[in-house]
Design a protein around this ligand. Structure first.
Ligand code: SAM
Ligand code: SF4
Ligand code: SF4
Length: 338
């Protein structure tokens, strides 16, 4: 069923417009800020396949979210490219009337193998994560010593396949702030680079406010003169700036300038739990209802009720909440994929 004209709105008047689908909890990297190797080690118990939503289940739930107003879908993980048969899922999602955009966030390592099939199946854009071009810095940050060339190969493969490409860089003070200029100069002509503030997601990344590098400091590290660029649409999470040559950069200041007022994103974990905020402590288990035989209308009623009741604005409340968050277990980034 196509998207309704009026999307569901939450308790703060925010429409439901975007859905992030996590398709696996596994990853072929161990980024220290997301899945640190000490926690996600060789004995870590990842989910068995039977626990993951099947492609049929993902498509069915996605259709219901589209009924509720979703126009954009984003595949994420863990590392989404590890999910076997991903182009088949993209083809299923592309067939849903009302879906205007299908994108994916990925570490890019498997793009050389998969980019062309994903494009043919209907994927429009990828956001590739790359934190540094310095082999040592990147190797340390990804926890496995993987070299940046491997990600660059993935970016090239995506561009060759005709996919739109953006690049996400998480900035951590004392970790990769010195290599931002190099990344910018090498990649600004290829794709939009977006620098993201290190966030206090999950429970294991040792976050603290002093490791967050605010936008002004990031721009200063890139060098040159930057002027602000008008947003493409209301609620665009990145604030964009252009340098003297017209190259644009995006800054995502989720910590220092939160954008909860425009947050239209729902997140479905790989096991079918609906989260209404990246920093949620709990969610709604749609898989349980689905596997217990709920009809489409029953599932739709559940998700509508949850979206109507949504009051999340964690980043705006962070100052006060961080004091409590030590006692408050949050969902892991690898479960809902950023
Ligand atoms: N594996 C894929 C990837 O790395 O692109 C998709 C999942 S990953 C969890 C999604 C995005 O979240 C990545 O761009 C990653 O850099 C970002 N991310 C993970 N942990 C973060 C943190 N603590 N602060 C800011 N961004 C984070
Ligand atoms: Fe894996 Fe992405 Fe998390 Fe890095 S950020 S550990 S690539 S899921
Ligand atoms: Fe949206 Fe939650 Fe992030 Fe605010 S903190 S922008 S509500 S996901």
């Amino acid at each position: 069923m196509p998207s309704v004209l009026s999307p569901l709105t939450d308790a703060l008047g925010r429409p439901l417009r975007d859905l992030r689908l996590s398709v696996t909890d596994r990853c072929n990297l161990r980024c220290t800020y997301c899945m640190p190797a000490e926690v996600f080690g060789p004995d870590f118990a990842f989910l068995p396949k039977s626990e993951l939503l099947s492609f049929e289940e993902l498509e069915r739930l996605a259709r219901l979210f589209v009924r509720g107003g979703v126009q954009k879908l984003r595949l994420t993980g863990g590392e989404p490219l590890l999910r076997r048969g991903l182009p088949d899922l993209v083809a299923r999602l592309s067939s849903i009337g009302g879906v205007q955009d299908i994108a994916m966030t990925t570490n890019g390592l498997l793009l050389p193998r998969l980019a062309a099939d994903l494009k043919a199946a209907g994927l429009k854009r990828v956001t590739v994560s790359l934190d540094s071009l310095d082999p040592q810095v990147f190797g340390r940050m990804n926890g496995l010593g993987v070299q940046p060339d491997r990600v660059l190969d993935g970016i090239e493969a995506a561009l060759t396949a005709g996919l739109g490409v953006k690049i996400n860089t998480v900035v951590q003070r004392g970790v990769n702030e010195d290599s931002l200029g190099e990344l910018w100069r090498a990649l600004r002509g290829k794709a939009l680079l977006r620098f993201i503030e290190f966030m206090d997601v999950g429970n294991h990344n040792g976050w603290n406010l002093s490791a967050v590098v605010p936008p002004g400091e990031v721009l200063a590290r890139l060098g040159g003169n930057f002027t602000p660029v008008t947003a493409n649409y209301p609620g665009e999470v990145a604030t964009r700036y252009a340098d003297d040559q017209g190259f644009e950069v995006g800054l995502i200041a989720s910590v220092s300038a939160p954008f909860c007022g425009d947050c239209t994103r729902a997140r479905l974990s790989a096991v079918g739990v609906l989260y209404t905020c990246l920093f949620a402590t709990g969610g709604l288990d749609l898989r349980a209802s689905l596997r217990a035989g709920a009809s489409d209308d029953e599932l739709y009623a559940l998700l509508s009720e949850r979206w109507h009741a949504r009051t999340d604005r964690y980043s705006e409340e962070r100052g006060e909440l961080t004091r409590r968050s030590a006692q408050r277990p949050k969902v892991e980034m690898s479960h809902i994929g950023g």
